[in-house]
Design a binder for this molecule. Structure first.
Ligand code: HAM
Length: 424
């Protein structure tokens, strides 16, 4: 027997339906705000991620699924969506139209991580990006939209944590100060090397001994320029105006190198510390230039779909279930099977959710299947009913049963189901 590869999982009913509902809730929020849908390939030129995400990040050094194709191209299964979406927007010249360009996406991502609950090698995200804007209103708008998406799922325990990493102008001074501080610590070789290459990465080291050593590290907030501070204050004011509570965390850094200025994470405490981020994002004003494009300041987020579902389970929320059936048809005998096949086809075409027992099952087994299907009504018919031009309509909740002329079946079913069926 084959099994799903390590770190991956299958989505099967009924949980698969819940995942679908999570995706829909999160994408509804951005679609309502005028974001256009974008889809990019599952793999890209490896250099897009090396340059975009950053050579010293864990994602690039340890987690990429990279390979050389038969034609000799170096490609990587996408570990994230921002660099690909920006690449697609630049390639499609979207940035030459009116700005900002607002895009959303939903798909699979791949990271060779150590698998655990909430951390997989294949996972899914819904993401949103606003390209070509320096306005802090877009940073705030994205955070509000994500929180509205979470709230529409019933989640109440999502916290917003924000920070500013400063612009490309104010970061070099901070970088030097941090590097100076890190040189004074007794770090292992790998970490010391990282401190030289990219000191901000060290702040993201989750090991408790490193975090303890960083207690007195200089903070970016002390190095922000006047315009960085103004930008950050406007984001905070707009969030407060929108009624979105947030926490400032001057130590927040994220695992990708392209960020500048606004940085944020959506955190849920029901998932365990290492997986508590159910979403995250920020501003990436320099990414376009890093991947060979013009200057195109932008901001965005991606929400982890599986982690959002885990957060819902942690809160004990009822999971959005299967849509279920309205009607289940039980034919008794071959001729009845042929006729009810036609009846069920017509019901489905009329927008009624219907299924049919197949495989020549006996009455008992087929009625069990009808009960399990969750349908409200069953149609039961044998040769004798059909030669009289009727079928038995059974209410599976009350057990009541009565003959209904075949010609009136659809209307009768519609009446019985009341408001729960929408006509096509
Ligand atoms: P990220 O923080 O790497 O950001 O991923 C976003 C979210 O995806 C995380 O908060 C988490 O919920 C989920 N996630 C990440 N890795 C895994 C995993 N191995 N298993 C399960 N869930 C995972 C980005 O990817 C950026 N592209 C976000 C962004 C968009 N920044 C600007 N625009």
């Amino acid at each position: 027997m084959f099994r799903a590869p390590k770190g991956t999982f299958d989505l099967v009913p009924p949980r698969a339906e819940a995942i679908l509902a999570v995706r829909e809730a999160m994408s509804d929020a951005v679609r309502r705000a005028g974001f256009g849908y974008v889809e990019t390939p599952s793999f890209e030129d490896t250099q897009l991620f090396v340059r975009g995400v950053g050579e010293s990040t864990d994602v690039v050094t340890k987690e990429m699924y990279s390979f050389t194709t038969r034609g000799g191209d170096d490609v990587t299964l996408r570990p994230e969506g921002t660099a690909p979406v920006l690449r697609a927007a630049l390639e499609g010249n979207l940035h030459r139209g009116s700005l900002p360009v607002k895009l959303w996406y939903s798909g699979s991502y791949y990271r060779y991580e150590r698998p655990q609950k909430g951390r997989y090698r294949h996972f899914s995200q819904v993401g949103a990006e606003v390209l070509g804007t320096e306005d802090p209103a877009n940073d705030a708008e994205l955070i509000v939209l994500a929180m509205d998406g979470y709230r529409s799922l019933g989640l109440t325990g999502v916290r917003v944590v924000i920070n500013s990493l400063g612009s490309e102008e104010s970061r070099p001074a901070y970088r030097s100060a941090l590097q100076e501080f890190l040189r004074g610590l007794d770090l292992d070789d790998e970490t010391a090397k990282r401190a030289e290459l990219n000191p901000l990465r060290v702040l993201d080291d989750k090991r408790p001994e490193i975090q303890a050593a960083l207690t007195d590290a200089p903070l970016m907030s002390d190095f922000l320029s006047k315009s960085d501070l103004d930008h950050h204050d406007t984001v905070r004011t707009l969030l407060a105006d929108a009624g979105v509570a947030f926490e400032d965390d001057a130590r927040l850094v994220r695992g990708l190198d392209y960020y500048s200025r606004t940085l944020f994470e959506f955190v849920h405490d029901g998932l365990g510390a290492a997986q508590s981020a159910i979403g995250g994002g920020g501003r990436y004003d320099g990414l376009s230039e890093l991947i060979g494009g013009p200057r195109l300041p932008s901001v965005g987020w991606a929400l982890g779909v599986e982690r959002t579902l885990l957060a819902m389970e942690a809160e004990g929320l009822p999971l959005p279930g299967e849509t279920g059936l309205d009607v289940y048809a039980v034919p008794l005998g071959e001729e009845a099977a042929r006729q009810l096949f036609g009846v069920v086809t017509e019901l489905r075409r009329a927008g009624i959710r219907a299924d049919l027992a197949t495989g020549g099952r006996g009455l008992k087994g087929a009625m069990k299947a009808a009960d399990r299907s969750g349908a409200r009504l069953a149609i039961v018919a044998g040769e004798r009913d059909l030669s009289a031009g009727v079928a038995q309509l059974k209410d599976l909740q009350t057990g009541d049963q009565r003959p209904v002329p075949l010609a009136e079946l659809q209307n009768t079913i519609r009446t019985e189901l009341g408001g729960s069926v929408q006509a096509n």
